[in-house]
Design a protein around this ligand. Structure first.
Ligand SMILES: NC(=O)c1ccc[n+]([C@@H]2O[C@H](COP(=O)([O-])OP(=O)(O)OC[C@H]3O[C@@H](n4cnc5c(N)ncnc54)[C@H](O)[C@@H]3O)[C@@H](O)[C@H]2O)c1
Ligand SMILES: [Zn+2]
Ligand SMILES: [Zn+2]
Length: 366
């Protein structure tokens, strides 16, 4: 079958038509992927060359084509949303509904199954399943707990952005931070993740939503989603803008959706006494966040938390996000600025590098 393959770090993706796929094993499903977005985390793996060769793409939706032994909740023909963190269902973390702490789910970072094997092969050699999904391929095999059945009338080309951007962004607001109505929120970085945080903040009832991004078009999109104050960090004074918007106290919640340690530090600086900074962005591994412990945490009681995939539990949160979309409280279509065929994946990646638009969705079945 056809897939976009990463064969070398920093290399362009190669469109191949000879990727082999296994039948689903116990507890797995084979999904015909119809649509998959492009996220900055794909680029991070592309740049690092982690586990090559790899099929990237982790923001996907599709149709079940085969079910493995023991799978009872999915049937051939079901429409499904895929999620990068498929919970094992029987560990202590899963008992607490914390997929993002489940060791089985976290094996997504190995780009393989928990046992190290992978359902993709090419000329007999293993090909890895990037970020747990491998969505830039016509078919993928994943754990059935990572495929959530959705109503057949939901357009898959729109729903796919729930897989990463909306789970990560809205989940960071609802689950990780638990933003209350009337809150003040600062969102730094306005790609797909930051825009989803803005939408989540609006849905949670935040009334002051300050956004910061050097890209004017992205600030305008955030304004359309409900941001109340727009900041250009290259020319405006962020601290002054936050002080101005909050009567000098600082925000209740700050979110890093840029993936830079300095942005996390700006969040800590700009939260109020007892405020929370949420690390959603993936800072480069060699960057450290510097914190003045005495001032920030003893007298100011600030909190700093990490957030992976918005602490989402797929069976609970994917249906919730779709319900909010149906109710008109989340805008999925507005997240998608470009639609392309799988063969144009390198052009889509170039657009993400250039911060052109918000999300590009690839039509995998075209
Ligand atoms: N926590 C998770 O589970 C999770 C999931 C998906 C993505 N991510 C990470 O989230 C980050 C955002 O992903 P994305 O797909 O939206 O990326 P993106 O590249 O589309 O957006 C990043 C934005 O940050 C802006 N930016 C850069 N420096 C900034 C600064 N100093 N202040 C304000 N804005 C700044 C850029 O202009 C850009 O618009 C990435 O680091 C990605 O790896 C994390
Ligand atoms: Zn992602
Ligand atoms: Zn588990």
């Amino acid at each position: 079958m056809r897939a976009a393959l990463l064969t070398q770090a920093n290399g362009p993706l190669e469109i191949v038509d000879d990727l082999e796929i296994e039948e689903p094993r116990v507890g797995e499903v084979l999904v015909g992927v119809t649509h998959c977005g492009i996220c900055h985390s794909d680029i991070t793996i592309q740049e690092s060359g982690h586990t090559l060769p790899t099929v990237l793409g982790h923001e996907a939706a599709g149709v079940v084509e085969a079910v493995g032994p023991g799978v009872t909740h999915l049937s051939i023909g079901d429409h499904v949303m895929l999620t990068p963190l498929a919970p094992c269902g029987h560990c202590p973390a899963c008992a607490r509904h914390e997929a993002t702490a489940c060791p089985g789910a976290l094996s997504f970072s190995m780009n393989a199954r928990p046992d190290g094997s992978t359902p993709f092969h090419r000329a007999g050699a293993p090909v890895y399943r990037g970020l747990g999904v491998g969505g830039w391929a016509e078919q993928t095999v994943i754990s059935a707990s990572g495929a959530v059945k959705i109503a057949p009338d939901i357009p898959l080309d729109i729903a796919c952005v729930i897989g990463c951007a909306m789970q990560t962004g809205v989940g960071a607001v609802f689950n990780s931070a638990d933003v209350e109505r009337g809150s003040s929120v600062l969102v730094m970085g306005l790609g797909g993740i930051g825009q989803a945080i803005v939408q989540g903040a609006v849905a949670a009832g935040a009334t002051t939503i300050i956004v910061s991004d050097p890209v004017e078009g992205r600030r305008e999109v955030a304004s359309g989603f409900g941001a109340t104050h727009l900041v250009d960090p290259t020319s405006d004074d962020l601290n002054a803008a936050v002080a101005d918007a909050t009567g000098g106290t600082g925000v209740d919640y700050a979110f890093d959706a840029a993936g830079r340690a300095a942005v996390v530090e700006a969040g800590i600086e700009n939260t109020r006494v007892g405020g929370t900074t949420v690390m959603v962005g993936a800072s480069p591994i060699d960057e450290n966040v510097t914190i003045n412990a005495a001032v920030l945490f003893m007298t100011m009681q600030k909190r700093l938390i990490g957030s992976l995939l918005g602490h989402c539990w797929p069976d609970r949160d994917i249906p919730l996000l779709l319900d909010l979309w149906r109710a008109g409280r989340l805008d999925l279509d507005g997240m998608i600025s470009h639609r392309m065929d799988l063969s144009d994946v390198n052009e889509g990646i170039a657009k993400l590098h250039a911060a052109d638009g918000i999300r590009t969705v690839l039509d995998i079945s075209a």
